[in-house]
Write a protein that binds this ligand. Structure first.
Ligand SMILES: [Fe+2]
Ligand SMILES: [Fe+2]
Length: 136
């Protein structure tokens, strides 16, 4: 069974954003599977963390560009959460590169991000986007 199956509760209704969120769910499941083997390869974890850095940059830019375009009132608070997440991923990657074991911490960070940010904070912009004709 998948650690975190994709489902309607995670859907925003904007194809590009849902696709990017789905990538994060897949990556979370891959990380969980990697850790479940009990002998997670450090190199593989490094690859996942680096992909995660790229992902956050690209995904957050997409959301924030729409916020700016639509004058989304919660933009500042939302961007602050993005920045904190980026810093946490960067910190995990740095510590991983220094030889620390950060796999479980990375999995917990992703799990909490999916259930708190995507399901709650991202969902809050849907109404505003929809009013502007962006969401379906
Ligand atoms: Fe998002
Ligand atoms: Fe977001």
């Amino acid at each position: 069974m998948l650690f975190m199956p994709w489902g309607e509760h995670l859907e925003i209704g904007i194809a590009e954003i849902d696709e990017q969120h789905r990538w994060l769910v897949d990556t979370t499941n891959s990380l969980h599977a990697l850790l479940s083997t009990g002998d997670a390869q450090a190199a593989e974890l490094g690859v996942i963390l680096e992909q995660l850095m790229d992902y956050t940059m690209n995904h957050f830019i997409v959301e924030e560009e729409i916020f700016d375009r639509l004058g989304y009132p919660e933009s500042d608070a939302h961007k602050a959460q993005h920045n904190i997440f980026c810093e946490k991923v960067m910190d995990l990657l740095t510590r991983h590169d220094m030889g620390e074991t950060v796999g479980v911490e990375a999995l917990n960070l992703l799990k909490s991000w999916l259930t708190n940010h995507i399901v709650k904070v991202d969902k809050q912009y849907v109404e505003h986007f929809r009013a502007a004709g962006i969401a379906v």
